[in-house]
Design a protein. Structure first.
Length: 577
């Protein structure tokens, strides 16, 4: 990015004033009020310096700002606004003098269940983690044959002390190191922590203590989750050496369940895409291709058998998209199901943490371990969840988007599979809303979350410097007026109420993962989505189908998706690296 030209003339005094508002001299601050810099003389050669600097804000510039926003201010109105605009600038300065952490929430908290949106209790029979049946399995001759084993298989071997926690951890660490040379999916190995934890877990087993099916299971964390004593880089150069002195709630809960963290995995810088400060994370099915993002390393490492599962995050597709690319079976839980304490905030009203796995059953087990309130994330609700018990789905009402299943035979096959299971397919129409317009809420919140790096010029250290990347989107979002942000959220509430009426008639919605705007819509409303492979393209890379459930209805969602998945074999196919 080039720097904005400074100096005397029409823009100079304004820039000098703005630079004093918490901004380095490299570039002026951008915000809705400060569209005033868009003077017609902005790019002209500066005249000789005047004997007295003109005022920073003028009625003419207020009119220009209004015109850019589609508002026509008369000269009299602009003159009357002059004092108020100057006061706003002083308020901005006062606000920026107070340090606010990335994890500090705004006072307005998003609730997927506001007035007019129903909570429908999930009556699906469930089991606690310690009640799960485990298979009878034997230790293979080569431990690496377990690289793609599911959680229940590994749990049976560990609980039966046929495989030790340390040796399983060592196998996955060695395998992930080899894979990382091609996939670039790891930011930091947590080997010392992992081996110490695994040794302690082996000692517990020797004493007859078993924590449950995640006891000794190696996993990876998207590197926006804090792990005490290790870097948490957010995939971005400005934070490359950042160490947070805490464990994220998800990390602490998986520790308590006995899961062994072996690596901090890559994410696109500040949770966009698959490009981070160390390069591009690769798709294990085609290493010439990126793994998509932003949960890039979580998807890649899990699909390649480098970890048993990983935790990722989604604000607008960051679990669904890389899971589609890499062939994972992954869950984006309901907003407010899993605590985000200790995770990088991008959008306080849209961020969600969830498991990236290789089967629906694995996703259910991990969710059971990480869900529920912790007293630290004020958006998390205390609502029941358990791993769905075995059972059939006959008579369940499954909605599908009319017209969305005609282009791809693999999509249509899913409907046939569900009919064969006895589900009742119900065509539905989703409410019609300007989703892209409502989504300015995400951009505005993200710009606020990373306000300082825009003002301090640290955004220029990010690898991607194109129009559709955070540096430019952060700057552009400074021009979103608070009035329009609030209008978008009011419209968002109407969307939530209308979509709630759709789910009043069905148990689960099935849809091609990116069809009909449903991905954006359900991220705005907070609904849970399970994404899974349902076929492969001619070039051998996977494609996906998605199941979206009622708010806090993950048990029923997972029960249906598991019944479908176990009637197929798509998830059992693995990349050959």
């Amino acid at each position: 990015m080039g720097s904005v030209r400074r100096g005397p003339g029409p823009g100079g005094p304004l820039l000098a004033g703005l630079a004093s508002i918490g901004r380095s001299p490299r570039r002026p601050m951008y915000c809705a009020i400060l569209i005033l810099v868009c003077s017609p003389a902005w790019n002209q050669e500066p005249p000789a310096a005047p004997t007295q600097a003109p005022p920073v804000v003028t009625p003419e510039r207020i009119q220009e700002a209004g015109a850019l926003l589609g508002l026509g201010f008369s000269p009299e109105e602009a003159a009357q606004m002059l004092r108020g605009v100057a006061g706003s600038l002083r308020s901005f300065e006062a606000l920026r003098e107070r340090e606010i952490g990335n994890g500090d929430y705004p006072v307005l908290l998003f609730d997927p269940l506001p007035s007019g949106v129903s909570y429908r209790p999930d009556r699906t029979p469930t089991l606690a983690l310690t009640e799960l049946a485990l298979p009878v399995v034997e230790r293979p001759a080569d431990l690496e044959e377990l690289a793609f084993a599911d959680i229940r298989t590994l749990a049976a071997l560990i609980r039966g002390r046929k495989v030790g926690c340390v040796e399983l951890t060592q196998m996955y660490l060695a395998r992930l190191r080899k894979l990382d040379a091609t996939l670039h999916c790891v930011i930091t190995f947590t080997e010392e922590r992992a081996l110490a934890q695994a040794a302690a877990l082996d000692r517990e087993l020797a004493e007859g203590k078993w924590r449950g099916p995640l006891h000794g299971i190696p996993w990876g964390a998207k590197d926006l989750l804090a792990a005490k004593g290790y870097r948490t880089t957010w995939g971005a150069k400005p934070f490359e050496e950042q160490v947070l002195d805490l464990d994220a709630t998800v990390v602490a809960r998986l520790d308590a369940a006995g899961a062994v963290l072996i690596a901090k995995l890559t994410l696109g810088a500040l949770a966009w895409g698959d490009v981070w400060f160390g390069g591009m994370t690769r798709n294990p099915w085609n290493p010439e291709q990126g793994s998509s993002g932003s949960s890039a390393g979580s998807a890649s490492a899990t699909a390649a058998g480098g970890v048993v599962f990983a935790i990722g995050s989604e604000t607008l597709g960051s679990i669904v998209s890389p899971s589609t690319r890499c062939g994972n079976t992954s869950l984006r839980p309901t907003f407010g199901r899993v605590s985000r304490h200790g995770a990088m905030a991008l959008s306080w009203s849209m961020d969600k943490l969830g498991p990236l796995c290789r089967s629906v059953d694995d996703a259910a087990i991990v969710l059971a371990a990480i869900q529920g309130p912790d007293g630290l994330d004020p958006t998390v609700k205390d609502l029941p969840f358990g791993v769905p018990a075995p059972g059939d789905v006959r008579g369940w009402k499954v909605g599908y988007l009319e017209g969305a299943f005609e282009r791809n035979p693999a999509d249509a096959q899913v409907l046939d599979d569900l009919r064969a299971l006895g589900a009742e397919l119900v065509p539905v129409q989703l409410p019609d809303y300007p989703l892209g317009a409502i989504n300015i809420t995400l951009n505005a919140e993200a710009a606020c979350a990373f306000d300082e790096i825009t003002r301090d010029g640290l955004d220029e250290q990010l690898v991607r410097q194109v129009a559709q990347a955070w540096p430019n989107v952060f700057r552009t979002a400074r021009l979103v007026p608070a009035v329009e942000y609030l209008r978008a959220n009011r419209l968002r509430l109407l969307l939530m109420r209308d979509l709630d009426q759709v789910f009043a008639e069905i148990d689960v919605l099935v849809h091609p993962s990116f069809a009909g705007g449903v991905l954006t819509m359900t991220n705005l409303t907070g609904h849970p989505t399970l994404v899974a492979p349902h076929g492969f393209r001619d070039n051998g890379t996977p494609e996906s189908i998605s199941f979206t459930g009622r708010l806090y209805g993950e048990a029923r969602l997972l029960a249906l998706a598991r019944a479908w998945q176990e009637s197929t074999a798509h998830h059992l196919r693995h990349p050959e690296l």
